[in-house]
Design a protein around this ligand. Sequence first.
Ligand code: ARG
Length: 480
Amino acid sequence: MARKNTTARVVKSRSNTMWGGRYKLGPAEIMERINASIGFDRRLYAQDIAGSLAHADMLVAQGILTAKDGRAIRRGLLQVRAEIESGRFKFSTKLEDIHFNVEARLTELIGQAGGRLHTARSRNDQVALDVRLWVRDTIDRLEPMLADLQAALIDRAEEYAATIMPGFTHLQTAQPITFGHHLMAYVEMFGRDRSRLADCRVRLNESPLGAAALAGSPHPIDPRHTARALGFDRPMANSLDAVSDRDYVVEFIAAASLAAVHLSRLSEEIVIWCSAPFRFIALSDAFTTGSSIMPQKRNPDAAELTRGKTGRIVGAFVALCTMLKGLPLTYGKDMQEDKEPLFDAADSLELGIAAMAGMVRDLKANPARMRAVASADYSVATDLADWLVREVGLPFRQAHHVTGRLVGIAADKGVDLDKLSLAEMRAVESRIDRSVYRVLTVEASVKARKSLGGTAPANVARAVKEARRRFPGRTKGSRR
Ligand code: ARG
């Protein structure tokens, strides 16, 4: 069967009202579909209108627009915003994107003056501005959410500062640690995530407005004016860079990816900890779901989904880098493809952070079970070796060997190390005395690890205090 060539088919509509001056016919239906971004970039409406308001003010201040036109534009833009926010606005695919949709409606509302708004501007610097503002707003929302998650972790760490659990390497019991110490490790990770977002914010905070299409403008514009009005530190120095740079999107998604990886590792631990063989923690009803067939089940879905969303966030990073890597300067329509991955990554991360904060806030530990597992499998063997170094003066390598032999004897007998008699120990190393038993409990083991950054309960209590000071709820930043 012969297939119709859709690309050759032309919509018998009038040419595009925004750029169709030299066109006789409108675009093919498929062209309209591949070109339209309004389905997703409508999310930029607030940033787009804020940018237009600042641009119009600057045009008036520079004498490029009359004050009268400036007032009409302001009134019109505010009305467009109100229409969008109340859901009355009619978005049109024919008008491609948010920039054209807003401008077309503005002109409908205020007439001629609407057409003057785009003087000394292009959609290229306009979209660069909108996305920059959107990423900045998103960082300003996510960063305090991470602070909130840290606060939840710090609260639990305080509660469980002295709660003993097994510390793992290779997911094999290694040494006893405290649950509070474990949770505080994540406070550090999310602290770095916050600082990465803050870094990204510093670098992105330059205004691309004034670059126009790519080369700058012949009108007597003042890019410093718009930069200041929109809370930027300065205008961008190079107009070509201004319209083609998407570093801030990549940087944001890179920071988001790492935050997602951290969320995912904690999610994985939560899934393990609440499994039946572990039973280290219980999640609240609010953050688990039941099974449709097995009435006893409490599934940690929120943790699984937070773990699962990592793929799409990291995927967004790959999509963005791949989209940019072959693009010659300056703008290319490929760049329109930055938005869906960006929005999806930000939404996914936001959900993950919020879900994790909720899970952590509600979780209950099972200290008896944690302690029992921490005490098994000769987890205090290192403490015995350290005792031999300290009290007998053995070189560590030899102490390791002696301890290994004692663990072997205890394992053959099926008992813990502290159940070996003094005589049995002395048969291996004659200088061992009764005081050795003091180091052979999990409590003594964690208490002894008071070196900087170590797991001792006293350390955790101090780390909790310091963390509340080091990681305040909100960081500064030049917010609008
Ligand atoms: N919707 C476009 C985007 O997201 C806006 C910029 C269009 N610029 C152009 N020269 N066609 O990238």
